[in-house]
Design a protein around this ligand. Structure first.
Ligand SMILES: Cc1cc2nc3c(=O)[nH]c(=O)nc-3n(C[C@H](O)[C@H](O)[C@H](O)COP(=O)(O)OP(=O)(O)OC[C@H]3O[C@@H](n4cnc5c(N)ncnc54)[C@H](O)[C@@H]3O)c2cc1C
Length: 461
């Protein structure tokens, strides 16, 4: 039996494992809800909610093609065991980015069953080779959805088709109230609306908190959970590029494409094992109160607090704000990054393990020259009128504009109910800079300055 195992590829269009398996006759489209995946510290209810929405649509799409999407809530190995018992031999069709890939490979090797893995492997290739392989990959024709799906008449009792049972599964964390909803059609609509209209101010608005929430593509969650393939986004954008009226429009879409390439490149990088042995020398001890104030948006720095409160509500932040909240906790407050990194992973709806870890380490000074950001200076640049701050910090809704970034200077500050700043950020950054500098001097030859490297990846488009 040919089993198509869905995981972080919740779509039917440009889905190579599904397309290839369907050519071979009967298939069993399957989503295994493996409890250990959802018990990971980094996974939360908001991710699960997005996955459930995606599965609802996927299930409907497969039914429209004459098939059914099967589910199982069980350990992967146990489900595969039962499938093997029922069908005597199984072939597993899966995408390379499946969270369960390692377990699948281990099980199938042990049980001598075949696994067909799809999707490019860019791990440990040189920059030049990456460029070539990436271009080859995105230029391949998109895989059409199968014309018809044939499923077996008999299936083992470990499988079921009622999604209600999946919905009852409990996952930790806080539900999201204003986030994006999962599903392939929503992903397509989001891409279409970006290419039709929203891209016009992509570059100019990319750092600005509120405008970027409209004029950046907002595709990250859809790409991370596989509601749309990078190849589809790339090809549709390249088509749109050909119809651009001006160089200005071309510039917007070319910059967008370079970000997409940066995504693929940075998420395929194998992390260097340079754990924070040297960085731990300059870190402050763990301070739970500081951590909680940062996480709950009560640091007393309006731009940081607005970012954390907005992330809590929507599950999204632009790149600049992600850098800023990370830099604040790991570089300004000099706290160990492990727990903050996990907390952010739970909050980002688009959480992609490799990408998140890459940038988190990058900003914290683990893989590049450290980036220490002054939230007052950058806050004034990206949100000069304080519109973003007012939107998310009700205590500062009516404060005069001249105090929006430094409310503690406002004569009526103590009536606002907004916290005083937890530290003197200028002093803290100065001291952190000196500490990082002393480290760099100690270990100069080993550390290279790759700051901004991923942002600057450029390709001939
Ligand atoms: C600390 C940190 C953690 C991050 N964690 C994640 C994560 O878990 N998942 C995630 O999808 N993105 C992550 N990013 C990258 C980036 O911030 C988001 O992809 C982007 O904000 C998503 O918004 P968008 O889809 O509107 O992006 P757009 O600007 O419209 O970009 C289009 C797509 O390109 C990719 N992208 C955009 N900017 C970058 C970049 N600088 N580097 C690599 N890829 C990029 C994303 O897939 C995005 O969907 C992280 C960045 C930082 C600094």
């Amino acid at each position: 039996m040919n089993i198509v195992l869905f995981n972080r590829d919740l779509r039917i269009f440009d889905h190579q494992p599904l397309g290839e398996a369907a050519k071979m006759g009967e298939i069993l489209p399957l989503y295994i809800l493996e409890p250990s995946e959802w018990e990971e510290d980094t996974h939360s209810i908001r991710h699960f909610q997005f996955v459930v929405e995606s599965l609802e649509e996927l299930s409907e799409q497969i039914e429209n093609l004459g098939g059914k999407l099967f589910f199982s809530i069980n350990k992967l190995e146990e489900v595969l065991e039962k499938l093997l018992e029922a069908y005597e031999s199984i072939n597993i069709f899966v995408h390379r980015n499946s969270f369960l890939l390692e377990k699948i490979l281990e099980w199938s090797e042990h049980n001598q069953q075949r696994v067909f893995i799809y999707g490019p492997d860019f791990g440990s290739v040189t920059a030049k080779l990456f460029k070539q392989l990436f271009q080859e990959h995105v230029k391949e024709p998109l895989v059409e959805k199968p014309a018809k799906i044939y499923i077996p008449k008999e299936t083992p009792s470990v499988l079921f088709t009622d999604i209600k049972k999946i919905k009852k599964f409990r996952v930790k964390g806080k539900r999201i109230r204003f986030g994006q909803q999962g599903g392939e059609s929503r992903a397509t609509e989001t891409l279409d609306s970006f290419l039709e209209e929203r891209f016009a101010n992509y570059v100019g608005n990319q750092h600005k908190p509120l405008p970027s929430s409209f004029s950046s593509s907002r595709l990250s969650a859809y790409i991370s959970w596989g509601n749309i393939s990078v190849r589809t986004v790339f090809q549709k954008t390249t088509e749109a590029l050909e119809t651009c009226d001006s160089t200005e429009e071309r510039h917007q879409l070319e910059t967008f494409l370079s970000k997409l390439i940066a995504r693929v490149k940075s998420s395929s990088m194998i992390p260097e094992n340079n754990e924070s042995v040297e960085l731990s020398k300059i870190k402050n001890g763990w301070n739970e109160e500081w951590f909680e104030r940062w996480l709950e948006g009560r640091t007393g720095f309006p731009i940081i607090d607005a970012a954390m409160r907005s992330l809590d509500k929507t599950g999204w932040l632009n790149f600049t704000l992600r850098e800023m909240v990370t830099s604040f906790i790991t570089n300004t407050l000099l706290m160990d990054g492990q727990k903050p990194g996990t907390a952010l992973a739970q909050l980002y709806l688009d959480y992609e393990p490799a990408l998140h870890s890459f940038y988190f380490r990058h900003i914290s000074g683990l893989t590049a020259k450290v980036k220490i950001i002054n939230p007052l200076r950058v806050g004034k640049q990206i949100d000069p009128e304080g519109a973003f701050i007012r939107r998310y910090i009700s205590e500062l809704e009516n404060i005069p504009i001249e105090y929006i970034h430094e409310p503690w200077l406002y004569p009526g500050f103590y009536q606002l109910g907004y916290p005083t700043p937890m530290i003197d950020v200028v002093k803290a950054n100065k001291s952190a800079r000196q500490k990082f500098k002393s480290l760099t001097q100690e270990t100069k030859p080993a550390r290279k300055n790759t700051e901004g490297e991923t942002e600057q990846l450029s390709f001939d488009l």
